[in-house]
Design a protein around this ligand. Structure first.
Ligand code: GTP
Ligand code: SPV
Ligand code: MN
Length: 604
């Protein structure tokens, strides 16, 4: 569909698009229909502009490599805002600006920002089109790269407009790379705003709407993902009585054929994709994938908590992905995928660090420069990513598109913790589990443009993604126990695959070996697994974990499965300090939980 917006029947959408067109002043407009022919055409446009390099058609059919500008390689949490009338609604963990003031500022920035570019209109659905649990967004963007990625990551096109009908409501998502072209000015391969303080990822949860300016990368620009499906959706979910979470969803099948659905919240680049499509090392066990990044969860008619994946693709961390660590991911992006900021080999394939393939003697690195193994720098950016269709995953679960979702037996929280936090422990009950989620912390990763390896609080792995006051978010989680019979809710566990020894080696082998932990979790669900009650929760004893065939030093195992009281006393004291910022928005129940933990730990 080219030309104007005459064919759009939804009057609200048409008038918004006309308004945006007047403001942004693009050279032309294009409304996405979602056809295969269209995807091919958009990719060709990206190739023509130099944004995409087509990969070797034999090695990697219908695949493309994109290199971003070095200033635009990850999410920008410092430049991400939740705008409400009052700051208290955004809470102490979000950047805030008053809605009206920010709207004026953004309007000035968007004025003429698409000059010389095409304004693409992407009608998209998070969740199956037409499902009562799905949300419709319309992203307007001046980036063809964004269009190609959105087509993989969400359900896009005419079908969405049809479901929207004449008067259906949608979430307006306005995006610009912030690089208008002057008359005759030549374009660059990756246009974006290069000044970091001129990037703005802005959310108006009350409207709701999203305005994103200056970045073309990942969660900053693919607005269905973090902006809509987490920040805006979490605020909607609170009002509507459900949960929008930064979680993977998997199905674990035992050798006896019993299936358990498990969701897990780990911060960015902390193992969701890996766990979601893990190949268990324990014989007879099977994992199938429902989602790797986002879970929308609601209580079903039977009182259980159901989780659905609103996305249709994986935007996964590339470095470290290998046939050893994640063979199912490797099989997912063999074709029809986009790679961003990976290295390009002389054969026209992609490569990254720890891909399990020896470094090529020569490659083009993510910045487009010649690279050899002795270059002294990485060939792929640490936050380089693959965009791949979920349906291509060899272990995709048959229920991955079930609009009702799958009933959860367990919820995991976790993070990247070199010290203190054991391999796995179980909450005493729902309230204690919510407390555990609120207490989560993790060492920062390259998924955000900031210092990596710094330990920070990251409650529920939602620190960068909660669209309202985190104190209210804790209360909302607690309230789930009042919305159903608590015994119907999933059991809550905390896991840590990232514990390190003094010499810096990982104590736990991780990846497929994490199936041993999942097996214990399934046994706990069945009421069989043995556990030791400790001040922080129920831990497996070394005998309770199936360690058959695993060669792990006794001292390492000991460190993984014991509670270091002193370290935990310090952890609790730090949590008390962290909690202070929430003031009276911190639920009393969490204060009680913290006091009870400190009591159990003693030494106060
Ligand atoms: P986002 O897409 O950013 O939300 O992240 P994600 O949670 O899906 O991250 P992903 O699964 O891609 O995590 C990738 C990083 O975690 C890589 O550095 C992996 O090596 C590391 N990782 C994943 N699982 C394990 C594990 O079991 N053990 C260890 N040591 N590292 C792991
Ligand atoms: C994350 O950072 O948690 C991601 C990648 O999943 S992005 O979509 O860029 O946010
Ligand atoms: Mn994520």
């Amino acid at each position: 569909m080219a030309g104007g917006f005459e064919a759009i029947k939804n009057a609200g959408l048409r008038s918004w698009l006309e308004e945006v067109q007047r403001l942004c002043r693009p050279e032309g407009v294009y409304v996405c229909d979602g056809s295969e022919e269209e995807y091919a055409r958009i990719c060709r446009t990206c190739v023509d502009h130099g944004t995409f390099t087509r990969l070797n058609e034999t090695l990697r059919p219908n695949c493309f490599l994109a290199r971003s500008h070095p200033s635009d390689v990850a999410r920008v949490e410092d430049r991400t805002f939740i705008c409400t009338p009052e700051q208290i609604e955004a809470g102490p963990t979000n950047n805030w600006a008053e809605s009206g003031e920010m709207k004026r500022k953004m309007t000035a920035m968007f004025d003429g920002c698409m000059k010389g570019r095409i304004m693409y209109v992407i009608p998209f659905s998070m969740g199956p089109i037409g499902s009562p649990f799905s949300k419709t967004g319309v992203e307007v963007t001046d980036s063809a790269y964004v269009v190609a990625n959105m087509i993989i990551m969400t359900r896009v096109g005419t079908k969405v407009l049809e479901a929207l009908g004449d008067d259906g409501s949608f979430i307006p998502c306005l995006h610009s790379v912030g690089a208008p072209l002057g008359l005759g000015q030549e374009d660059v391969a990756w246009p974006c705003e290069r000044d970091p303080v001129k990037k703005f990822i802005v959310h108006f949860p009350d409207e709701p709407s999203i305005w994103s300016y200056g970045s073309g990368y990942g969660g900053n620009a693919l607005l269905g993902k973090k902006c809509l499906a987490l920040r805006i959706a979490s605020a909607m979910a609170r009002k509507e009585g459900w949960l929008a979470e930064h979680m993977l969803i998997l199905a674990l099948t035992s050798p006896q054929g019993k299936k358990y659905y498990i969701a897990g919240a780990f911060p960015s680049a902390c193992g969701k994709t890996n766990l979601a499509m893990m190949r268990p090392t324990l014989p007879g066990w099977k994992v199938t994938t429902i989602g790797d990044d986002i879970a929308w969860m609601r209580i079903g008619p039977d009182g259980r908590l159901y989780a659905m994946n609103p996305e249709t693709g994986f935007f996964g961390v590339a470095p470290g992905t290998s046939y050893d660590s994640n063979p199912n991911a490797m099989e997912t992006f063999t074709a029809n995928s986009i790679f961003t900021n990976a290295a390009l080999t002389d054969e026209g394939d992609i490569w990254w660090e720890d891909m399990g393939i020896p470094a090529p003697a020569h490659a083009i690195d993510w910045e487009g420069a010649d690279w050899t193994p002795d270059a002294g720098r990485k060939a792929a950016h640490p936050n380089s990513r693959f965009t791949a269709p979920a349906r291509q995953c060899p272990v995709i679960d048959p229920d991955w598109e079930n609009p009702a979702g799958v009933p959860l037996s367990a919820v995991l929280f976790g993070g990247r913790r070199a010290g203190t936090v054991p391999l796995v422990y179980e909450a005493f009950d729902w309230e204690h589990g919510v407390f555990m989620g609120s207490a989560a912390g993790s060492e920062t990763t390259a998924a955000n443009l900031s210092k990596t390896g710094v330990l920070r609080h990251d409650p529920f792995a939602m620190l960068p993604f909660c669209g309202y006051n985190m104190g209210d978010y804790f209360a909302h989680w607690l309230s789930m126990a009042e919305r159903t019979d608590e015994s119907r809710l999933p059991r809550i566990f905390f896991v840590n695959w990232f514990r390190k020894g003094e010499d810096g080696h990982f104590l736990w082998p991780g990846y497929g070996e994490n199936s041993r932990v999942l097996k214990w979790i399934s046994e706990r669900i069945e009421g069989r697994g043995q556990a030791v009650k400790t001040p922080i929760g129920n831990l497996p004893s070394a005998e309770a974990l199936d360690l058959t065939g695993l060669d792990i030093p006794a001292a390492d195992l000991q460190a993984l499965l014991t509670v270091d009281r002193e370290a935990w006393q310090a952890e609790a004291a730090e949590l008390a300090r962290y909690y202070e910022q929430f003031g009276d928005r911190l639920p009393e129940a969490l204060r009680r939980q913290l006091a009870a933990l400190q009591e159990r730990l003693g030494g106060r």
